[in-house]
Design a protein around this ligand. Structure first.
Ligand code: PEP
Ligand code: MN
Length: 339
């Protein structure tokens, strides 16, 4: 941490800061310039709030030297993390397509969709059984009954399964049925839930919060890794802005930023990012060009009858079209499709 003092700071003010640094068990490095004095704190800074210094007499600025996240940071882990999902490897050099309905509605709907997306080249089947809905009157998902439907879909298609965990109490049961545990955007900062999936063995697909900064997103990943689970997939799913023609604003800059700041794989969700079926394919193409390691796409046998997110769900035909367009792009980006 670097503490910048006001011009003409007195010795007493400088000593005040030095005193706090020592109290915290760290060492100081005082550098007196012509205009101002800068004090470097040598030692662990992550557990210390800037506020510890900001209010002291003579202090004008407190700057952190280290990233607030460590385990998620590329600084401490330069190699790309490859997340293993059974025999599949998700991350740098590969491209993974996850697809399926927003919500699991029936065994038949799930199975039909699973067969179609498998045929098209998807590797992972998505579908929510615990649905985080804005309205308490909206379809809330089939719950545990829906989880059982995944077993048949997995057995018949060989697809891996990703589904959302909404509460700490459900983490263990979802972990029994899913190959990847999804943390939804609305729960990105449910810290006890992050810890609960951090204690599980299964990889985690962590979705970016509706209004979260990239730093907050990476700190959420840090919680999971800190609890012992290093297999985190970062999912950019659009953030809230003033724009109304799209449901959210897809932040592709976040893909590039996370790839630079972190070693974790990045997956893009153009369905929730745009909210409009016709925009999903163009944004899936853009995600690949931006360096994403995968996409997660909503697909439904009859989108107009979907119980959740029909307007953004692709038809089977559109899904096939998307695959035709993105597979060659992934190749151009030096990535092989995970099957
Ligand atoms: C989902 O993927 O099913 C979902 C609810 O998305 P998000 O949490 O990104 O809104
Ligand atoms: Mn959805």
């Amino acid at each position: 941490m670097i503490i910048v003092m006001r011009a003409g700071a007195t010795d007493k003010e400088v000593q005040g800061v030095v005193g706090v640094i020592r109290e915290l068990g760290n060492q100081e490095h005082v550098s007196r310039g012509k205009e101002t004095t800068i004090i470097g704190m040598i030692g662990e800074e992550r557990g210390i709030e800037e506020a510890r210094f900001a209010g002291l007499p003579g202090v004008v600025q407190v700057l952190r030297v280290l990233t607030p996240f460590k385990l998620a940071s590329r600084q401490y882990h330069p190699e790309d993390t490859i997340v293993k999902v059974g025999r599949r490897r998700i991350g740098e050099g590969t491209f993974t397509v996850m697809a399926g309905p927003c919500a699991v509605e029936s065994q038949e709907q799930l199975l039909k969709t699973a067969c179609e997306v498998k045929k098209g080249g998807a590797a992972v089947l998505r579908g929510g059984v615990f649905k985080p809905r804005t309205s308490p009157y909206a379809f809330q998902g089939l719950g545990i009954e829906g989880l059982r439907f995944f077993d048949k879909a997995r057995k018949e298609t060989g697809l891996a399964v990703v589904t959302e965990v909404m509460s700490v109490t459900e983490a263990a049961i979802v972990g029994r049925y899913a190959d990847i545990l999804q943390i939804g955007a609305r729960n990105m900062q449910n810290f006890r839930l992050l810890e609960a999936v951090g204690r599980q063995e299964k990889p985690v697909l962590l979705k970016r919060g509706l209004s979260s900064t990239i730093e907050e997103f990476l700190l959420a990943a840090e919680y999971i890794i800190k609890c012992g689970n290093p297999n985190v997939l970062m999912c950019e799913r659009g953030i809230r802005t003033f724009e109304k023609y799209t449901r959210n604003t897809l932040d592709l800059g976040a893909v590039a930023a996370i790839k630079k700041l972190s070693h974790l794989p990045v997956v893009v969700d153009p369905s929730h990012a745009t909210g409009v079926r016709d925009y999903v394919i163009p944004m899936a193409r853009a995600a690949i060009a931006a360096g994403a390691d995968g996409v997660i796409i909503e697909v439904h046998p009859e989108p107009d009858k979907a119980l959740c997110d029909g307007p953004q769900s692709l038809t089977f035909r559109q899904f096939d079209q998307m695959m035709k367009e993105i597979v060659p792009l992934a190749k151009v980006m030096g990535k092989t499709l995970v099957k």
